[in-house]
Design a protein around this ligand. Sequence first.
Ligand code: ADP
Length: 284
Amino acid sequence: VRVHLAPCIGEHGEVEGGVGIVEDITEQRHAESERTRLLREAQEAIRVRDDFLTIASHELKTPLTPLSLRLAGLERRLERQEPVDPALLRHARQHLMRLTALINDLLDASRIEAGRLALHFEPTRMDMIVERALGSMDAERGQHRVDYSHPEEPVRIRGDTFRLEQVIANLLENALKYSPDISTVRVALEVRGEFALLTVSDEGIGIPKDQQEQLFERYFRARNVSITSYGGLGLGLYISRDIVERHGGRIWVESELGRGSTFYVALPLLSAVNPTPPEPHALS
Ligand code: ADP
C-alpha cells in the first residue's frame, strides 16, 4: 500500500487535522514488474538477433574469399592458356555448396517460423535414407571412422524422404564437426516397438548439461563452441526438431562434456497403429 498524508491548516495557520489516503498499489506494482519483464525479454531477443547477425555475416562471408581466390586463379590460367587443375574447380564448388547450405538453412528456418515448411509424406525406407545421408557425407569424413549398423530387413516408415535425409545429414555433419579427426562416429538404426530408432554417437567435445535442452532452439549454440573454432548458424537442430516432430517422432540428446554426444531420432514405423510419440530418453 502507499499512504498519502496531508495536514488541514486552519485560518490562523494552526494544524486542525489531517487527511490520509491509503492506496492499494498491488495492481500497479504487478503492471510495473510485467513491464520490466517484457522489456527484459525484448532486450534479450534483440541481443540474440544481433549475435545471430554477427555470426551469420561471418559464416556467409567465410566461403567467399577462397571462392573468389580460386576463380581468379582459374581466370589467370585460362588467359595464359595453361591447363586447369580440376581440384581448383572442385574446391570452388565445395565453397559454393557450403554457401548454398547456409542459405537453405536460413530459408528453412524462416519457412518454419511462418508455418510454411511443406512436407511430402510417402511410404519410404529409413534404412535407405540413412545410407543416402551417409553417402553424401563421404567428402567430409576426413580421418573419422564411421560405423553403421542396421537391421537386415527394410525399415519402412511414412515420411518426407528429402527432409529426413536432411535431418540425418545434419546429425552426421555435427558428429564429424564437433569431434576430433581421429575418432569414431557410430550410426545405428534399430526397430523398437512401433518406432524406427536412429542413434548417432560421437567421441567429441560434448555439450554442457544445462544447455542440452536448449540445443533445439533457433540460433542456439552451446557455450563450448565459438564461431572461430566451429562454424555454424545454430539452425540445423531447430529445423531437424520441427521436421521430426511433424512426422510424429521425437529427437533428443544425451551427452557428457568432453566425452561425446549421442543424438536419437525416433520415427513411427509404417506399420505402427496410432503410435504416441515416445517421451524423450524413453527409448535410449
Ligand atoms: P550449428 O552446428 O550450425 O551451430 P546446430 O543447430 O546443428 O547448429 O547445433 C546447435 C548447437 O548444438 C551447436 O552449436 C553445438 O553447440 C551443439 N551441438 C550439436 N551437435 C553437437 C555434437 N555432436 N557435439 C557437440 N555439440 C553439438
